[in-house]
Design a protein around this ligand. Structure first.
Ligand SMILES: *Cc1c(COP(=O)(O)O)cnc(C)c1O
Length: 373
């Protein structure tokens, strides 16, 4: 059994992928070939956003909006410590300060009440300027954007949706990547929509911001002129080959989202007596980047994972160490106990196999193994 099964998917689409890759070899435009804009148009349509700018990774997709807003030393950017390192890494990279806010125990996403308190605290203390929020749509479930958009307006902050795990998800009829001022997604192979290497995209409904992203993506170039540089940028382009792979995968993506939801539904209906299954708030559709459950305690998690492993069922832990306890962020002075929900969840959480090609027999095997653990 595979934790994420990219092989079965490849067998399904290999002729499509091959012909799209061959087309790139034939036209030879390996960098910014026609597949890039074709993909951008498709992704913008899919998410109902005005602009999509393909780029080299989800990390660069997070970095570009922070650069476009001119954030740097003295600026506070709010996010959670229960996420992949990139979310806060980009904040440090531009010299701004990540201000962590604990998560909601049910959704694993940012706790908006605690967020509002943290913004007020930063404003009162006056050492940092509150500038932006990076809500993470963790495991494929959108953060609470109704509240986040209210907070954004009330406090005059930028919102950058970290949609690295949520491309394909929905909230109140809006697709992920269409929230906040800008959104970043990742096409790392293990994400719900993955390419065959690194890739990402940034989305926005703001024309001016879209132009800045295009400029930053190619060394701060001015409009169409690559050798006029008007700002500091990066080499953030997506390879044409990756766009070709994504175009092939987009053809089956919607079906795959439905199949992920089939797997999640089975888990949620059949394993809740042994572990706490994920909560999906009303008017949300998760894309299930991960199906993550909570054991009762750290030893209980170890025992369950051991039993599953013995029975040929792979599991993984996202994330074993919250970011405020990572050595890389030591200079900000956080300590154990600062974010009790994130800490407790990181000790008890684990993820079950999740991909569109899990068979009914495999799911039944997982259920029975869990029941007998
Ligand atoms: C994967 C991921 C990223 C980074 O994406 P890359 O394409 O690997 O750079 C950022 N944030 C979250 C929440 C992620 O899961």
């Amino acid at each position: 059994m595979q934790f994420i099964d990219l092989k079965t998917q490849y067998q399904r689409i290999n002729s499509k992928v091959a012909s799209k890759l061959m087309a790139v070899l034939d036209h030879g435009r390996y960098v910014m070939g026609p597949e890039i804009s074709e993909l951008e148009t498709k992704l913008a349509e899919y998410t109902d956003t005005k602009h999509c700018i393909a780029c080299s990774s989800g990390t660069d997709a997070l970095l570009m909006p922070l650069m476009a807003w001119g954030l740097g030393p003295g600026d506070a950017v709010f996010t959670t410590p229960f996420t992949f390192i990139s979310t806060a890494e980009v904040v440090s990279l531009i010299g701004a300060t990540p201000v962590f806010v604990d998560i909601d125990e049910d959704t694993f996403n940012i706790d908006t009440e605690k967020l509002e308190k943290a913004i007020k605290r930063v404003n009162d203390e006056g050492n940092l300027h509150a500038k932006a929020i990076i809500p993470v749509d963790l495991f494929g479930l959108c953060a609470d954007y109704k509240e986040l958009e209210r907070i954004e307006t009330q406090y005059g902050l930028h919102v950058l949706e970290d949609a690295a795990q949520s491309f394909g998800a929905e909230q109140n009829g809006r697709k992920a990547c269409n929230f906040g001022d800008a959104a970043a997604t990742s096409f790392y192979p293990a994400k719900p929509l993955g390419c065959y290497g690194d890739g990402g995209a940034v989305f926005t409904n703001n024309d001016e911001l879209a132009d800045k992203f295009k400029s930053i993506r190619v060394h701060g170039m001015d409009g169409g002129n690559q050798y006029e540089n008007v700002r500091i940028g990066i080499n953030g382009r997506m390879d044409t080959f990756q766009a070709a792979v994504l175009l092939a995968k987009m053809e089956i993506f919607e079906e795959e989202v439905e199949s992920r939801n089939r797997v999640a539904k089975y888990y949620s209906e059949n394993i809740h007596s042994r572990v706490k299954t994920p909560f999906v708030p009303e008017n949300n559709k998760s894309v299930w980047a991960q199906y993550s459950v909570l054991a009762k305690s750290a030893p209980d998690r170890d025992q369950l994972r051991h039993k599953l492993n013995e029975n040929g069922i792979p599991t993984a832990v996202y994330y074993p160490k919250p970011l405020h306890l990572q050595k890389a962020f030591k200079k900000y002075g956080y300590k154990k106990g600062d974010f009790p929900v994130s800490e407790s969840v990181s000790e008890r959480i684990f993820s079950l196999p999740m991909h569109p090609y899990l068979k009914d027999e495999e799911l039944a095997h997982i259920k029975i193994t869990l029941e007998n653990s």
